[in-house]
Design a protein around this ligand. Structure first.
Ligand code: GDP
Length: 583
């Protein structure tokens, strides 16, 4: 079972509260502290939950809470078929409501079709709240003033509304009849413990329903699990923290672990458990154990684990055929492999599960991926990204990973842009904006270097100078006349070069261009009025065939309508001679 939600909404506090209450309620030894997880036995849960739970109604051993903060662990476990994350608690701060990581967590729950309940946390912060330590929600709710109750109701209905916006039909948990169809919202406080009995009761009910149907733990067979984290451990080298959801793992067992390249085949040197009730994230001293059975979290020390990946499968070989087990691990890895393209961006993520989620999101956004890997952003990632031809693909997108300092340096010299974020859709959004910026800049430079179409007419009685250069008054009919552009005149449909524009004046002022509708005087180097050009002549700005092609095929949406009109008329004339001109 995993706890997820936005940062600071109270995931850790809620777990601590459950653990803490458990310690107070029961004999301390009954709570088993695992690597990355805490197991709370049923009898302890029932004593916390008080009258709400009758242990006789359940045939579960208890609940195993995954401790790894954030939703990383969850993306690791989801879709692995790991029974441990078959249900989830989504924590939402009643005052803060839905936030980016709440939405992301919901998205993950939706995709993986994981049943979950919502813990509407921090109810004690509702102004005027009168706390009742560890009370069931109904009791404490009844004891609040009318105003306080109203305030809480408002916050809760907002959360229910938000859930419904995301496509979940939700209600306060005591009104939910069918947890398979509706999401139950449980008001709680991780601080005062109010509502925690309710939360545990609902969790027990949910686990009972789903686990009974979906899993029978085989506690004696060879172990099956998932890597939660790969960690350097003093005296042991690289170790893996795993969640074992099936079978057992023993010292000296041969195991197969999913790696960056091939599956790793190695032998268990030591199985390490933190000392009882120590906080595993800060505890560095471990206890050796000979054997562990599911469900459990355990640190495995073994040689050659350097390439292991968070989220990858782990399987104990024992009396099975090694090749069969390798094949199983390969098959499982293949099922979560990301499709890569010849060209695209480089993606890095903290676990296989989050890599998969990233790939899904990028696929939806139609962003191709050239390489997708678990791990921090390293110099070799920069090398790959820097070889992309398209500057939009000289990019690394990192989800929940660090950028190694030498990689950061390389990125600067190699012109590779790195984006990192803790929220997938924000990462994709940042990249989208970046791409838009590049495309805009590219179009701007193209437009600057391309001939702009224009059709204009010499006005009668507006010859100011006959030649060297000819200076005439003109009216621009459509398009944009720019200084230094080449002028042509059509004889029938045959374009003839007239000369080059050497200056534009509007009401006596020098300007760089004249737009449709403007009347300006232009100096044209080349012709003599009365010979190559006459008053009332229709003139055009010459468009090289290559430019015409770019304008028509790539920039049609970028240029003004009148310029497009001039372009089309120009193309019509050219294509009446040569139908493939500019195609
Ligand atoms: P996480 O990031 O989701 O794990 O959030 P934490 O558990 O670290 O909580 C963030 C902050 O909110 C901490 O300062 C907690 O003390 C506080 N907090 C968590 N739950 C509650 C609650 O129910 N009531 C109050 N008043 N504060 C809470």
């Amino acid at each position: 079972m995993a706890v997820l939600g936005h940062v600071d909404h109270g995931k850790t506090s809620l777990l601590d509260k459950i653990r803490g209450s458990a310690v107070i309620e029961g004999e301390a030894g009954a709570i088993t502290q695992h690597i990355g997880a805490t197991a709370v036995p049923l009898d302890i849960i029932s004593s916390i939950a008080g009258d709400l739970v009758d242990p006789d109604d359940f045939d579960l051993p208890g609940l195993l809470f995954i401790d790894t903060p954030g939703h990383h662990s969850f993306t690791t476990l989801r879709s692995r078929g790991g029974a441990l994350a078959d249900i989830a608690i989504l924590v939402v701060d009643v005052n803060d409501g839905f936030q980016p990581q709440t939405l992301e967590a919901l998205d993950i729950l939706k995709r993986s079709q994981t049943p979950f309940i919502v813990a509407a946390n921090k109810i004690d912060t509702v102004p005027g709240w009168d706390p009742n330590e560890d009370a069931p929600i109904n009791d404490t709710y009844e004891s609040q003033s009318e105003r306080v109750r109203q305030r809480l109701d408002e916050s809760l209905y907002e959360i229910i509304g938000n859930l419904s916006d995301e496509g979940f039909s939700a209600d306060l948990y005591w009104r939910v009849q069918n947890f398979q169809r509706n999401v139950g919202v449980v008001p709680v406080s991780a601080m005062t413990g109010e509502g925690v009995p309710d939360l545990l009761t609902v969790m027990m009910g949910l686990s009972q329903r789903y686990m009974k149907e979906e899993m029978e733990i085989d506690v004696s067979g060879p172990g099956v699990g998932t890597v939660l984290e790969v960690k350097e451990e003093k005296g042991f080298g690289k170790t893996v923290d795993i969640v074992l959801y099936d079978g057992t793992i023993k010292e000296d067992d041969t195991i197969v672990v999913g790696g960056q390249n091939d599956p790793i085949v190695t032998e268990v040197r030591a199985l390490l458990q933190p000392r009882p009730l120590a906080e595993i994230r800060t505890e560095s001293r471990f206890e050796n154990v000979d054997e562990v059975g599911a469900a459990a979290g355990i640190k495995v020390a073994a040689p050659e684990l350097g390439d292991a990946m968070a989220g990858a499968p782990v399987r104990v070989v024992r009396d099975r055929d090694l090749d069969d087990v390798i094949e199983e691990v390969q098959a499982e890895l293949a099922s979560i492999a990301v499709d890569t393209a010849e060209e695209g961006v480089v993606v890095k993520a903290d676990t296989l599960g989050s890599l998969e989620a990233m790939a899904d999101a990028l696929d939806e956004a139609e962003v191709p991926i050239v390489r997708a890997e678990v791990g921090d952003v390293a110099p070799r990632d920069i090398s790959v990204a820097s070889t992309a031809e398209d500057p939009k693909q000289q990019v690394i997108l990192g989800f929940n990973v660090d950028v190694l300092s030498d990689a950061e340096h390389r990125a600067e010299t190699d012109d590779v842009t790195i984006f990192t974020d803790e929220v997938i859709y924000q990462l994709v959004e940042e990249y989208d904006e970046y791409v838009e910026g590049i495309e805009q800049a590219q179009q701007d430079t193209i437009l600057e270097n391309i001939s702009r179409p224009a059709r204009f007419r010499i006005l009668p009685d507006h010859t100011f100078r006959q030649n060297d250069p000819a200076v005439v008054g003109v009216e621009v009919n459509s398009g944009t006349v720019q200084n230094n552009a080449t002028v042509v005149k059509f004889e029938g449909n045959e374009p003839e070069r007239v000369g080059q524009i050497k200056g534009i004046q509007e009401q006596g002022e020098d300007v760089d261009e004249a737009r449709a509708g403007n009347r300006v005087s232009v100096a044209i180097d080349g012709p003599t009025v009365g010979r190559q050009i006459e008053e009332d002549d229709e003139l055009w700005i010459q468009i090289p065939e290559k430019h015409a092609k770019i304008l028509e095929q790539e920039l049609a949406d970028e240029i003004p309508a009148d310029e497009l009109e001039a372009l089309n008329m120009y193309l019509d004339k050219q294509r009446s001679r040569d139908p493939f001109w500019g195609k």
